[in-house]
Design a binder for this molecule. Structure first.
Ligand code: HEM
Length: 469
């Protein structure tokens, strides 16, 4: 969020930076909200688009030119796999100029995606990694949408929070929290797995990484869902006013935490392993909140958003997939040692983030197609992970699949997911503890799928548990 909104000239940047140093973050966000409201009043293009759901034809029944990979109902209607197959087979680097988010290229084959993701010199993550645009005033700077060297410096400042040493410290805590959640679940009666397990566990994890007040952890889920559901950005359903207003109390708490931890460090206390402690303990970031508050906000929100939808939807996706492929569930129960490989396979099968966007920094060629400087390309991980050129029977969950770990759901190259080890750890522990307790997790009805071009997620998954005999 930025009070100076979309204005990005080098003349304005120093002014913006000074404004940011004078006012606390919550005041900056309030100002950004007021700016956004005004822009919506005077400029129609700043109002949220309204998406109307219509039945989408099956992949083979639609003309290539009519395929719209930016349709936010594609996952909900289950048509995405057949559409991507059409593109992989007939137009693997496909230009689309119609649709609510303007023109873009879809890159759909595994090898092309990998080559692009590794080549940050030609394919820039700036100004944004999503298909649409964030609303005026909401142009937060996150390092996922920065190129090196700026990206590298910012990533280095926060990656300690998910470093192996930290994860080792966290493992026992994660396990005890998983146990607590699973022991509180009803047995033999229907409940929503998304809410009771997936959201609950990822919320607890985030509260730990950020040392956020534990009892308020759901606030983190709410702000993450709101931010990733901005209609003009991802085709979601968030209300713009709510996006801004729900940030305020969270930011006030975070500012309080920052001041409190700073005082404790100054009094000689050992720093913890949470994000704020790590930033305060590092010479280059110890005054980030005071001097570069929007950068702090970007890092904070990136961890919240990055660690939320993704792991959560893998937790739900795994249960759904094992119900679709019951022989695999039987295989798992017979051999729990397959859990680590199964975790990779679940993440491949689910691919919770469908794509990352890039801009060509120069004229180039991808998969034989000429791409012009400045054009937008979407690397569709959801399609690369279903590419039959790389994975046998890719639509199936096969828990002992030999090359499951080769999936590209975490991306590749300089932006490769920073939280991948943490996500795998959480999922491994969840499945170890589930097998200890339950013989079956029966999915009772088709799940409700989130409206989005970006997040492949579940809002409801009704299940019933059978206790282990
Ligand atoms: C980046 C997926 C869990 C934090 C990414 C990217 C993807 C991704 C696709 C972009 C990669 C690229 O552009 O090449 C996932 C999936 C997850 C997951 C599928 C779970 C199954 C997490 C968790 C956290 C996290 C638990 C932190 C708590 C981040 C961050 C980035 C990132 C900070 C930016 C990295 C950079 O730009 O250098 N993730 N993620 N992610 N993820 Fe994850």
């Amino acid at each position: 969020m930025n009070v100076l909104g979309q204005v990005k000239t080098s003349v304005v940047d120093p002014v913006r930076s000074r404004v940011e140093q004078v006012f606390p973050i919550d005041v900056l966000v309030k100002a950004a909200h007021a700016y956004n409201r005004t822009r919506r009043l005077v400029d129609k293009s700043e109002r949220s688009p309204i998406f109307v759901e219509r039945p989408i034809p099956d992949g083979p029944d639609i003309a290539l030119a009519d395929i719209d990979m930016s349709n936010p109902f594609l996952y909900r209607q289950g048509q995405w796999e057949s559409h991507f197959k059409r593109l992989r087979d007939e137009s693997p680097v496909h230009f689309q100029d119609k649709g609510p988010f303007g023109p873009f290229w879809s890159v759909t084959r595994y090898e092309d995606i990998l080559a692009m993701d590794k080549n940050h010199q030609v394919f820039s993550a700036e100004p944004s990694i999503i298909i649409g645009k964030f609303p005026a005033g909401f142009d937060i700077k996150m390092f996922i949408a920065m190129d090196p060297p700026k990206h590298d410096a910012q990533r280095a400042a926060v990656q300690g929070v998910v470093a192996p040493k930290n994860l080792k410290e966290l493992e026992g805590l994660i396990r005890s929290r998983v146990q607590e959640v699973l022991d509180g679940l009803p047995v033999g009666e229907p409940f929503n797995w998304v809410d009771r397990v997936s959201i609950e566990l990822t919320g607890r994890m985030l509260a730990t990484l950020l040392d956020y007040p534990y009892e308020l952890r759901r606030e983190l889920t709410v702000i993450s869902d709101l931010a990733s559901g901005v209609p003009a950005a991802t085709g979601g359903t968030s209300d713009l006013d709510e996006v801004f207003t729900s940030c305020i109390p969270i930011l006030r708490r975070v500012m309080h935490l920052w001041g409190d931890k700073k005082a404790r460090l100054a009094a000689g206390e050992e720093p913890g392993y949470d994000l704020i402690s790590l930033l305060l303990a590092d010479e280059s970031t110890k005054d980030m909140m005071e001097r570069r508050p929007m950068e702090f906000l970007g890092n904070f929100l990136l961890l919240v958003i990055g660690g939320n939808d993704t792991t959560r939807n893998s937790m739900s996706g795994g249960v759904y997939a094992l119900n679709k492929f019951p022989d695999e569930f039987a295989k798992l129960k017979a051999n729990p040692k397959l859990i680590p490989n199964m975790v990779s396979e679940i993440i491949r099968w689910q691919t919770p983030l469908a794509y990352m966007a890039r801009r060509a920094k120069e004229d180039t060629v991808v998969g034989g197609q000429q791409i012009k400087k400045g054009e937008k390309l979407l690397m569709w991980y959801a399609s690369g992970n279903r590419d039959e050129r790389h994975f046998d029977s890719p639509e199936k969950l096969i828990i002992d699949r030999k090359n499951a770990r080769n999936h590209i759901a975490f991306g590749f190259g300089v932006h490769r997911c920073m939280g991948n080890r943490l996500a795998e750890l959480q999922l491994r522990i969840l499945w170890e503890e589930l097998l200890e307790r339950f013989d079956d997790i029966k999915v009772l009805e088709e799940p409700e799928i989130v409206q989005s071009t970006f997040v492949r997620g579940y809002s409801k998954l009704m299940v019933e548990l059978t206790k282990r005999q």
